[in-house]
Design a binder for this molecule. Structure first.
Ligand SMILES: Nc1nc2c(ncn2[C@@H]2O[C@H](COP(=O)(O)OP(=O)(O)OP(=O)(O)O)[C@@H](O)[C@H]2O)c(=O)[nH]1
Length: 303
């Protein structure tokens, strides 16, 4: 007998992939769906390269969200080939796909993402950023054209920033989850380790504080992780890896000011998340061409 607060209703549980071109709002939606920040949002495209799983249980249904990486079509590097493979293998596994576009827009970049959805896989068209559409009536012909483009299971115009819209989404997705026991404890939010979250926090500060100057190929590696006093104190060392000396200078900033700020903002967020004292040391290292080497990608923990 599965454990449940709802003995009269059979449990449902299934995997849901959130896909879409960079900047359509995938991270925003994911964070709203799982009720806690677990992946990173930023105005900069390409900040979510890792596959992240979030879990939310609503009534008898458990939604297991798989966040998939954004796409970069301008540069055909090994990194991008890895991304595409990750996306395709993710989609083959899931029960339902949430395909995000910006309401009223469908470009080549959107088409490319849609082409990765396997035939026959239930796919919900989520037209995000509805709040930015001035005249709702203009959306009708657009929705019709989308209907002709792909056999979508549902059409959901909404805003990932509106709670009521996000809550409504659970009801829409529930029928696509198979009847089976839950995979996770009810209160589980993420299966990613604190180490991973720490590197994502540094990445977010890095991109936020360097604006659009820094290429997306920069990455963060945690190279030291010590827990003292039963976890109440953490000593964390991390390297920010960039491709060029010029990028290194950009991150460090005049008199080291920028790096100091990245470090102090990241440390504060980590302390909040881990409920511990954090001592954070950051280094900036130059590894030219790392994004082109599959070998490097593996050693930095990409699938
Ligand atoms: N107006 C409006 N803006 C939104 C909405 N959802 C997300 N955004 C904004 O769109 C931008 C991109 O959102 P993200 O969630 O980072 O997008 P993403 O698809 O995860 O981006 P990548 O990590 O590059 O793949 C952010 O500035 C968000 O605040 C929405 O419903 N309405």
């Amino acid at each position: 007998m599965p454990m449940s607060d709802h003995p009269d209703t059979a449990q449902r549980c299934g995997l849901i992939a959130i896909i879409g071109r960079p900047n359509v709002g995938k991270s925003t939606l994911m964070n709203a769906l799982v009720g806690q920040k677990i992946s990173i949002t930023s105005k900069k495209a390409q900040t979510t390269r890792h596959r992240i799983t979030g879990v939310r249980t609503v009534g008898a249904a458990q939604f297991v969200f798989v966040d998939t990486p954004g796409f970069q079509m301008k540069h055909a590097t090994a990194l991008n080939r890895t991304l595409n493979r990750t996306v395709q293998s993710t989609l083959a596994d899931v029960d339902v796909v949430l395909f995000l576009v910006e309401a009223g827009r469908f470009g080549m970049d959107d088409a490319k993402v849609l082409s990765l959805v396997p035939e026959g896989k239930p796919c919900v068209l989520l037209a995000n950023k509805l709040d930015e559409v001035k005249r709702r009536a203009d959306l009708l012909p657009w929705l019709k054209s989308m209907q002709e483009r792909h056999a979508f299971a549902e059409f959901v115009p909404m805003s990932a920033q509106k709670k009521a819209d996000v809550d409504r989404l659970f009801g829409i997705l529930e029928p696509y989850l198979p009847e089976q026991d839950w995979y996770y404890d009810e209160d589980m939010l993420t299966d990613r380790s604190e180490k991973f979250l720490a590197s994502e926090i540094i990445r977010e500060k890095l991109f936020r504080l360097t604006g659009d100057e820094l290429p997306y190929t920069s990455t963060v590696v945690i190279d030291q992780w010590l827990e003292e006093e039963g976890g109440a104190k953490r000593r964390i060392g991390a390297s920010i890896i960039v491709e060029r000396d010029a990028h290194k200078g950009m991150i460090i900033g005049a008199g080291g000011e920028r790096l100091k700020r990245i470090g102090s903002e990241a440390r504060q967020e980590m302390e909040h998340l881990m409920e511990a004292h954090v001592f954070l040391e950051l280094w900036v290292k130059v590894r030219s061409g790392w994004a082109d080497s599959e070998e490097h990608l593996r050693s930095y923990g990409y699938e």
